[in-house]
Write a protein that binds this ligand. Structure first.
Ligand code: LMR
Length: 418
């Protein structure tokens, strides 16, 4: 049979989910999972946010609770209020003739819809639109766009030597890229580096993108998770759209609620297509096309998670609780960053460790080499991505000593065999 499908070659496991599978098979009782970006509490357990628990009760007890289909575009109370979370309640861009929003299968589904839409319709950059991704970026970005036939390029982002932002390289690429190229920006808590531009650097980046008429996609997967403050984490989005720093081209925002609501498996997300000026006819057309794409792929989006998030966003008490939950998660992560750095410095581990606390969000780009990461996994049962990315959310008071000592060992004995 296989000769009928000569090109079906077995692929290597996914870098993140393959790592998770190896971790699950490891029998060591003191193993540590710093792989996939999912929040864990101080006991290393998944955490159901109190806001989510309360919203679930509210939903289940409601007389309207049912499992009917949503419409093709998803749950309207969810995606309209999701746009407000991004842009703020007062944003002029919420005008129904400026924004087309639709529910998606979390952030990845939104990115896929964005790529599909741009591949099909975007002519700003000729027939083969190029999309620029940060180097490095989330392991899934490249393949999402490449499988759609988009040409993927990169812009410099991480300066390995200084472990800081390569702003000059980033700005040069924006200037040199063909006018009307597509640029994917991480709105906050950059994955994998945990390194975000400062507000001043964001302004420079956005102005430069606008002057070259590039098309921006914001990937917003960690709003509120990075700093604990929804507004602060939306800085580049609100500057670009509300303050008009980007006025020559529409913007797409791909929004995920996996991390900031802790509903990883429910795939709650949205895509928002925002125009710089009102154009009701165009918005209607965009909506109808997004609807067709959704209908062809998934018929209509899943309801449960969207209803939960909507309940949180529409209830003052639950919204307040959610903001507290965001603080609980972000402050525990910040504390773990500080503790890890302190422990490594106390051990006298060779190298500088300030980047661990300079970075923000779920991840730390540790600077460990693939060889050191392999040794961490095999010798110590500490699992992180081969790029050296560690999910700080996997650290807790019970395992942080072990992790610091394990890092110390692999850094000091870099050349020793496993
Ligand atoms: C991660 O980067 O670990 C997460 O976004 C999980 C995923 O879907 O890859």
């Amino acid at each position: 049979m296989s000769q009928l499908f000569a090109n079906v070659k077995e692929l290597p496991p996914d870098p993140l989910f393959g790592l998770k599978a190896r971790y699950n098979q490891d029998k060591r009782s003191d193993k540590v999972d710093l792989g996939i970006g999912a929040y864990r509490d101080n006991n290393g357990k998944p955490w159901i946010l109190p806001a989510v628990k309360q919203a679930e009760q509210k939903l289940i007890n409601s007389p309207d609770y049912n499992h009917e289909y949503l419409s093709i575009g998803g749950y309207e109370p969810f995606y309209t209020s999701a746009a407000k979370v991004l842009l703020g309640d007062e944003s002029k861009a919420l005008s129904p003739s400026r924004i087309a929003s639709q529910q998606s299968l979390s952030g990845t589904g939104a990115l896929h819809l964005a790529g599909l839409f741009l591949k099909k319709f975007y002519i700003g950059n000729g027939p083969q639109p190029a999309i620029y991704l940060s180097s490095p970026t989330w392991a899934n970005h490249k393949q999402v766009f490449e499988t759609l036939g988009l040409q993927v390029k990169t812009y410099p982002y991480w300066h390995a030597e200084t472990k800081s932002l390569d702003l000059t390289g980033f700005l040069n690429t924006i200037r040199e890229a063909k006018q009307g190229s597509i640029f994917l920006l991480h709105a906050c808590a950059h994955n994998p580096t945990g390194l975000d531009p400062t507000p001043q650097q964001w302004d420079q980046i956005l102005k430069e993108l606008d002057s070259r008429k590039h098309f921006i996609i914001f990937d917003s997967a960690y709003q509120g998770f990075a700093s604990g403050d929804l507004e602060k984490d939306a800085y580049p989005i609100r500057r670009a759209i509300n303050d008009g720093l980007v006025s020559q081209s529409p913007i797409i925002i791909c929004q995920s609620f996996a991390k900031n609501v802790g509903m990883y498996g429910e795939r709650v997300g949205a895509i928002h297509f925002i125009l710089p000026h009102d154009d009701a006819q165009f918005i209607k057309a965009i909506k109808s096309q997004l609807n067709l794409m959704t209908r062809c792929e998934i018929s209509n989006p899943p309801a449960y998670g969207a209803k939960i998030v909507s309940a949180i966003l529409h209830d003052e008490k639950l919204y307040k609780q959610w903001k507290e939950d965001l603080k609980t998660m972000s402050s525990r992560i910040i504390k773990m960053r500080q503790t890890l750095r302190k422990k490594l410095e106390a051990l006298g581990t060779p190298g500088k460790w300030n980047h661990i606390t300079d970075q923000t969000g779920m991840f730390s780009f540790t600077g460990l080499t693939p060889g050191q990461v392999e040794k961490l996994e095999k010798k110590h049962g500490v699992y992180l991505v081969s790029s050296g990315r560690a999910s700080v959310a996997g650290l807790n008071e019970g395992n942080i000593d072990k992790v610091a000592k394990a890092i110390d060992d692999v850094v000091r004995n870099a050349s020793s065999k496993l």
